[in-house]
Ligand binder design. Structure first.
Ligand code: LLP
Length: 433
């Protein structure tokens, strides 16, 4: 019997006294593959995608998974098979989509600093759209496309100047942000684009931020975008698709973001009331598709009780789970096999040599060295932002599907880390004459 007692984690449940992801006992995976270990539930990803698909039923929609959230090939494959397109931000992202069997024409390319090489390669591959983020980029893309005898399909990312009411590092649609073309310059930039022989205007896009838990910023963004589309089309420039970006938040610690289907029911109502409901629409969700599909399994190495603070030192660290250190983010931490002993308060920290290497402050846990814990909501922006700091190899990743588990990414070894490095020749032993 499943007793799902972990809110926001549809695929995770204690059965008896053991935590399962779908039908797999997580402690078995930790024993087989070691820790730290990322485990993702395919069913949870598809359920999250299904909420968007329900919301858009009967509409002309392309859902482009924002793969920066989790770009592992096995994860991309799940979304390829489900018919998604992809929002990429680098040539490397594009290579991953193509390697996982994704179609180039369903790729949209975002990012403020695309290089000429990346543009050339993306044009060569035949990607669906460049989401252009500045006037300077537009001119360069035009030049690159002309040099190849091509016209680049473009959408301008417009910065609608809306506060998404989230962490400042992940707010992207405010006036002072580096992203997008300012709302008030959008029309003239479209007029310039329409004159360039190397670009073909096909759309408009925006992305106001990430981990958004309220619907109002979206409603406001929709209105601002539609006002612009009306103005651009009145100037004789056709806008084929409208892309509203990603950003929908997830439940990390009791947040209650609108569900994707309910949010889109409201937004589509607004689009319908302004006669835009039958346009080609696009969205770029990342976190809301994978964030709560993943956990990071970790082992308790040492307990260090103290007068002021007591530390629970685990084998996962800020290099595996950078969000707490970077954004003061909260991730739930739960035992794989709960103990009956009375819990205490712990600072849950990693082995990295920085005081900023904390995973959870003041957590109430009954733990002993050797216990296994799960850090929840670790499917998005964890492995994708992981580093080799302190020469730590990046963790392995597993995809769970019912009672099957697939190793989709091997643990990184020290030779993987040192590959490409060379010793200085001056350090080679000298030969004496
Ligand atoms: N589209 C664009 C243009 C974006 O910049 C982003 C995220 C997305 C879509 C997807 O947003 P999502 O649906 O995942 O919120 N590392 C941070 C999040 C950075 C988000 C960057 N852009 C974190 O861990 O919270």
């Amino acid at each position: 019997m499943n007793s799902n007692n972990l809110p926001g984690q549809p695929h995770l449940a204690y059965r008896g006294n053991e935590l399962f992801s779908e039908d797999i006992r997580l402690s078995d995976l930790a024993k087989q593959y070691g820790t730290p270990l990322f485990v993702y539930s395919k069913g949870s990803m598809l359920a999250a995608l299904a909420a968007y698909q329900r919301g858009f039923a009967g509409r002309n929609i392309q859902i482009c998974y924002a793969m920066k959230a989790n770009p592992t090939l096995g994860v991309i494959q799940v979304f390829v098979q489900a018919g998604c397109g992809f929002d990429i931000v680098s040539g490397g992202d594009m290579d991953r989509v193509l390697a996982a069997g994704g179609a180039a024409d369903k790729i949209i390319f975002s990012g403020v600093g695309k290089t000429r090489t990346e543009m050339r390669r993306a044009l060569d591959a035949g990607i669906g759209c460049f989401n252009v983020e500045s006037e300077a980029e537009l001119e360069v893309l035009n030049e690159v496309a002309l040099s190849m005898g091509l016209r680049a399909p473009v959408s301008l990312r417009v910065n609608p100047n809306i506060d998404p009411k989230t962490h400042p590092y992940i707010s992207t649609g405010l006036k002072d942000s580096k992203f997008g073309v300012a709302h008030e310059r959008a029309l003239q930039t479209y007029q310039r684009a329409a004159k360039l022989a190397g670009v073909r205007v096909i759309g408009i896009d925006c992305h106001i931020g990430s981990q958004i838990t309220q619907e109002e910023p979206y409603l406001e963004a929709v209105d601002r975008m539609l006002d612009l589309v009306e103005a651009i089309e009145a100037a004789g420039i056709a806008i084929h698709h409208i892309d509203f970006g990603g950003g929908l938040g997830i439940n990390y610690n009791g947040e209650t973001p609108p569900s994707a289907d309910r949010l889109w029911e409201k937004l589509l109502h607004k689009l319908d009331s302004r006669q835009f409901g039958q346009r080609q629409l696009m969205i770029e969700p990342g976190r809301s598709l994978v964030g709560n599909a993943g956990v990071c399994l970790t082992e308790v190495l040492y307990l260090k009780p103290g007068a002021q603070k007591s530390f629970c030192i685990i084998d996962a660290a800020m290099n595996d789970l950078p969000r707490p250190a970077m954004y003061q983010a909260f991730h739930q931490i739960v035992p794989l096999v709960p103990r009956n002993t009375s819990p205490e308060n712990w600072e849950v920290v990693g082995p990295v040599c920085e005081s900023g290497d904390w995973i959870g402050h003041d957590r109430v846990l009954a733990v002993q060295p050797g216990d296994l814990l799960a850090v929840l909501s670790a499917g998005a922006y964890c492995m994708s932002m992981a580093s080799n700091y302190n020469s730590r190899g990046r963790a392995a990743e597993i995809l769970v599907e019912g009672n099957q588990s697939h190793l989709i990414h091997q643990r990184e070894t020290i030779s993987d880390q040192m590959r490409g490095e060379t010793l200085l020749s001056s350090m080679a032993p000298e030969t004496k004459s």
